[in-house]
Design a protein around this ligand. Structure first.
Ligand SMILES: Nc1nc2c(ncn2[C@@H]2O[C@H](COP(=O)(O)OP(=O)(O)OP(=O)(O)O)[C@@H](O)[C@H]2O)c(=O)[nH]1
Ligand SMILES: [Zn+2]
Length: 210
């Protein structure tokens, strides 16, 4: 699968000038412009590369909205890969695959009391429309068949295992809890209760509930 690679420098959190390569792919199946960010660490002791499959969240990744933890997870993974090396697949699967405008419709329903999955269902969508087959193609194109996967989501783990990619270790991301009117506590709790995410629910609860 043809690839084009260009050098970039990233500025994330307290760190600046993080070197990486951004990679485009020809021949992906769903027509979206998914990209990989490749972080090399020549002196890394980790022989099995750290991988994250990160689904796009404009509101979280770019605007750091309080409704979710996506931007914090993105930064956390970039910082980890800067230290250890690794590959971040940035997948254009906004709103768990329903798209940005539908996600905004879902936000309205969530403000009326529905959780993220109920809101999706109310709009006529399944809980999660994401398909990770293009992510698998990207990993194969990069020659990665043994990985350490950075996620709390068992669906991602199963998608790689079903495709024959050896996941040697699952590295969890932190519970990034935000407080306030549009805080992400319900979003995180729903991930655990309805999506079986491997997040420590104690860390999600308010301090006085623990
Ligand atoms: N439908 C919907 N999608 C949302 C909402 N909040 C965030 N998302 C989407 O949820 C997805 C989160 O993707 P990721 O952070 O890659 O993955 P994850 O499934 O949470 O699993 P982790 O690997 O554990 O982070 C993104 O596509 C977001 O756009 C919401 O309220 N409704
Ligand atoms: Zn988000």
């Amino acid at each position: 699968m043809a690839q084009v690679r260009a050098r970039v420098e990233l500025n994330v959190g307290q760190r600046s000038h993080i070197p990486a390569e951004i990679v485009s792919f020809e021949g992906l199946q769903d027509g979206q412009e998914h990209v990989a960010l490749v972080f090399n660490r020549a002196d890394s002791e980790q022989s099995v590369p750290l991988i994250r499959m990160h689904s796009e969240c404009l509101t979280g990744d770019v605007f750091h909205s309080s409704r979710c933890d996506c931007g914090e997870q993105l930064n956390e993974s970039i910082e980890a890969m800067h230290l250890q090396g690794g590959v971040l697949l940035y997948l254009r699967q906004e709103g768990r695959g329903i798209g940005l405008y539908n996600k905004i419709d879902a936000y309205v329903l969530q403000s009326q009391g529905m959780n993220t999955y109920e809101a999706n269902n109310h709009l006529g969508f399944d809980d999660d429309l994401r398909d990770f087959s293009d992510a698998v193609l990207m990993l194969q194109a990069l020659g990665l068949d043994h990985v350490r996967l950075m996620t709390n989501n068992p669906r991602k783990l199963n998608a790689l295992r079903d495709a024959g990619i050896q996941v040697e270790e699952v590295v969890g991301t932190h519970a990034h809890v935000k407080v306030g009117v549009a805080g992400n506590r319900n979003y995180l709790e729903t991930k655990v209760k309805h999506g079986s995410h491997m997040l420590d629910i104690k860390k999600i609860k308010k301090p006085d509930e623990i």
